[in-house]
Design a protein. Sequence first.
Length: 268
Amino acid sequence: MSKAEKEIEAGERFKFGANWSRFLRLLDEEKIKLAEESLKDMLRVKHLSGKRFLDVGSGSGLFSLAARRLGASVYSFDYDPQSVACTQELKRRYFKDDHNWKIAVGSVLDSDYLNQLSRFDVVYSWGVLHHTGAMWQALENVSLLVAGGGQLFIAIYNDEGLMSRYWYAVKKAYVKYPLVRWPLVLLHMPYPFLPSLIFRFISGRSKKVRGMSFWYDIVDWVGGFPFEVATSESIFEFYRARGFRLDNLRTTNRSGCNQFVFIKELQV
């Protein structure tokens, strides 16, 4: 049993990989295209040909797949073996025997593992680092994986003060007590998910912008533990002090993730 599996068994971690494996049943060409468009939009590119792309916490593998289809050579890793299996399944479906897409089990908190990796033109970690149990260390570690002039694309839960502390208690209860899981999901569907669901129904937008799944995002949100948050200002200052400049930003004023694309300044 892996360390991640032991933490799940002990009620200390959400089953991220199990949730992603169910999501893969719904994956289709439209979702993949949406994932590609979201990468191009935030990174301000038309393609990733010739780029080395690192997917830190690959989850379902959808964005590793999107990056590979955009022309990047891809290295994906995840702490959760079941998430790694999901990424491997997508490679099997779409890029079988491709030498430009490598997949591994690894932790962003394991310095020995990270030191074996090269530096990448794009380091991507969307909604991952706040689930490590040591977010600021994880934020530090990914900064070291970006090549000079390269891009760092991360998404981190917004700090809402008291509301964030409430969500911490909800998520901790979800992973600790199996009997309350479905009641917690059903109880929390009206906020913040129901308004966006009604909007998509009225507008006819059935898919999320990033190509993800509404239902599996709900389960991930309610159960996603460990859980940490940060203000957009604190993330900006953290990376500015480490030689990065902000290139793109999408913020939220409610529950959810702030998205950042930083560029690592070339040393002179």
